[in-house]
Write a protein that binds this ligand. Sequence first.
Ligand SMILES: [Ca+2]
Length: 296
Amino acid sequence: MRTFILGTDWGSDCDDVVAVRILTRAVHAGKIRLAGVIINHVMTDSAASLDGFLHREGLKDVPIGIDKKARDLTERVSYQKRLAQYAVRYKSNEDAEDGVKLYRRLLAQAEDKVEIAEIGFLHVVADLLESEADEISPLTGRELVRDKVARIWSMAGKWDEDGGREYNIFCTPCTRAGAYAFVESCPVPVTFLGFEIGADVISGRGLAKDDLLYAAMCDHGSPNGRLSWDPMLADLAVTGDAEVAGYTAVQGTARIDRETGANHFTEDAAGLHSYVVRKYDPAWYEARLERAILSE
Ligand SMILES: [Ca+2]
């Protein structure tokens, strides 16, 4: 079975919660295993709210890591307090392991290659790549990723124009530097799903009023659904095949401008990077996401 580690900027937008719903339903359906979640945007109730949601989703033993450096990111709380009420294992961020250490531990322990789905900022994965050998593993982070990661799926960038800019990359100097370092040094294939993919696709419209995901979306101010960047990345990653998930993949080499966060792309059949292009209209993806969100 394919194993995933999720990276998320859990907190500022509710599309991360929709994405986690898609992943937890995929776990229950026996499609994937979720080995851990690393939070890369730290707020007061980050770990507790994620733990609470995972427990309510029926996943009770997923380890949570967090960016202990928590550099220059803003606080915009919406659903955290509500979800934190259900926390069991992680009552505060102090209970969560450092994100890089958890990545290293999960990769060192993995018997088969895993995949990383990233629906937030890229600076913690970049820190993983730059990490040195330690008590967890004699391998550097780059060696661990090379040996233990099959592919990284990243919701980041804007690929329908040269010089496009997208939040997960340009948000702060920290995220820009992280995205730049990640793209330059990641030794395994990366599939990007850009801003343009989810910008007119709504998900989370068909939820029951007693669904905790619905409550979280209301807390965010999105009772009628939300744009679908992270859910579409989750669906693409779980599906594991761009064509089947409704996309054409463009292969090549991505580049990030460290100062502005602008992205560039050079097509190359041998490149390690790809970005996806939609094949269908928004309704096709909305129906697909609704099935993934509501499946038992
Ligand atoms: Ca996100």
